[in-house]
Design a protein around this ligand. Structure first.
Ligand SMILES: [Zn+2]
Length: 506
């Protein structure tokens, strides 16, 4: 069975056939380096890592590009607030992103283009759109893409043409907007004083300014695949579902209007959101969690990968303490088996019955699962089946013949879910992984009390503990926020002279 992928463009699972036999040009939208990327962003990057690894394991040569958005509304706002030049402001976040990728064992892309270093191809692309008459200069000096001049607009996000006509009268200059506001979007923003202040303005034949967010990906992707493969169509374009509109819709419009091709990418693949304890991750809820938080909490990257792959990429994933504990245990079991297999590999020559079937079964189960629209949960289940069966064979005294570990190694090479090796301590044959302390941001509670009255007191007490911890680290702002949050929910908090804290219903 060949690889099949769900293509958002056609809303169906399709056989994957690249443009050039054996070669895959893959572009994945990278982070906007205005902040630390959170675990929701990394869920997308991890699903893309699996896709990349599976393509490579299947024999494809993959050319993987991931951009870094280092100039847009958010980065400029951040640089202004910090009183720093744009590049000074974004650099530490770019560095942190690479560190986090490395920690989570994400295979590095072949190219990490940064928008600020690709201004020339962006200017050329915008000039081409102006020459073709699909872009125009607005009276505010900015350049806009005219969606009325591009009949295929709305195909990816399935916008209705009738709705479009009604909304297409205006234009939008912000990088982010919603479907209801589908209208002419900005390609080049005329420079403002704020942009000049942080060094986010460049000269162009159509006026001094800076690129809009969407043009960045089109220009960088086309430039790099042109140089590498001499083509102007991507095989795979991936990202989170939140990028379908407007970002990817606009990328298609700009790119196709320029190249004259029917498609910008043959397969559009999108990963779902990640929730924290059933709630959307949001600054408002104070539950934004980064890989750095998890790392500080002693969570093993193998466990995070395992947890992410236990949910299909097109389904919402809920990150909870319980799920992390279960993932840690799962990763530990796999690591234990791996160590046992390594040990027996050195002693060959014993009875090999059963191992050949074991290897073949694992190999075909992994291939069937991942070829089926990257069904990682099924692949994980196959891995655990192999552990059960393999342990039984080892218990029976059968030694795997030399080289039979390869089926296991290949599966692990793709999923990469074993615990960190230096953290595995072997005590007389038993493998023990350390216990992570699940504290920190993951333990942050929901801002509203649970519906179940029995759980409400626990909820309030939990917040009281959080507040005490905040005061302990002299974070009085946070302590006050918690007091107000409790008050809004009907609880009063009181600090006693003896250092104890009381929380009671008002
Ligand atoms: Zn993008």
């Amino acid at each position: 069975m060949p690889l099949r992928l769900y293509n958002t463009l056609h809303r169906q699972v399709e056989d994957f056939v690249p443009l050039q036999s054996g070669r895959v040009a893959m572009y994945t939208c990278g982070p906007t380096v205005y902040n630390f990327a959170h675990i929701g962003n990394f869920r997308t990057f991890l699903f893309e890592d699996l896709l990349r690894r599976w393509l490579e394991a299947s024999g494809f040569e993959v050319f993987h590009i991931m951009n870094l958005t280092d100039v847009d509304d958010k980065t400029i706002r951040g640089a202004l607030a910090a009183g720093q030049p744009l590049t000074t402001y974004t650099e530490p976040f770019a560095r942190a992103f690479f560190e986090d990728c490395n920690w989570l064992r994400i295979r590095p892309a072949h190219e990490y283009p940064r928008a600020t270093r690709f201004i020339a191809p962006m200017v050329a692309l915008i000039q081409s759109l102006l020459d073709k008459g699909v872009a125009y200069r607005g009276d505010d000096g900015s350049v806009y893409f005219s969606i009325a001049r591009f009949p295929a607009y709305g195909r990816l996000s399935q916008l209705d043409r009738r709705e479009l006509k009604a909304g297409a009268s205006g234009r939008v200059s912000a990088d982010e907007y919603d479907k209801e506001n589908a209208q002419d979007f900005v390609l080049w923003k005329a420079s403002r004083e704020e942009d000049e202040k942080v060094g986010a303005a460049w000269d162009a034949p159509f006026g001094r300014g800076r690129p809009g967010w969407h043009i960045e990906c089109s220009a960088m992707a086309l430039d790099l695949i042109g140089k590498r493969y001499g083509t102007n169509v991507l095989d795979i374009h991936a990202g989170g579902v939140d990028l379908i509109f407007p970002h990817h819709e606009d990328e298609i419009a700009q790119s196709c209007a320029h190249t004259g091709q029917e498609m910008f990418a043959r397969y559009w693949v999108h990963g779902e959101f990640l929730n924290i304890r059933g709630a959307k991750m949001s600054k408002r809820y104070g539950n934004v969690t980064t890989p750095r938080d998890l790392r500080e909490d002693g969570v093993d990257p193998g466990a995070i990968r395992l947890l992410v792959y236990q949910t299909h990429y097109r389904q919402k994933l809920d990150l909870t303490d319980e799920a992390l504990v279960a993932a840690r245990e799962g990763s530990r079991r796999l690591g234990e088996f791996d160590a046992r297999l390594r040990k027996t590999d050195r002693r060959t020559g014993g009875p090999a019955a059963g191992w050949e079937a074991w290897g073949q079964k694992l190999e075909s189960a992994i291939a069937d699962a991942l070829n089926d629209d990257l069904n990682a949960p099924k692949a994980m289940a196959a891995l655990f089946d192999a552990v059960r069966e393999g342990n039984r064979l080892l218990d029976e005294g059968g030694q795997p013949p030399e080289g039979l570990r390869s089926a296991w190694s290949r599966a692990i090479g793709v999923l990469d879910v074993l615990p960190e090796p230096q953290k595995i301590v072997s005590l007389s044959g038993t493998v023990i992984a350390p216990t992570p302390i699940l504290s920190g941001k993951l333990s942050v509670r929901l801002p509203t009390p649970p519906d179940n009255p029995e759980e409400q007191d626990t909820w309030a007490r939990g917040w009281a503990h959080e507040r005490k911890a905040a005061k302990g680290r002299k974070d009085y702002k946070e302590a006050d926020r918690i007091r107000d949050l409790l008050k809004a929910a009907g609880w009063e908090i009181r600090d006693n002279k003896d250092g104890s804290v009381e929380v009671r219903r008002i």
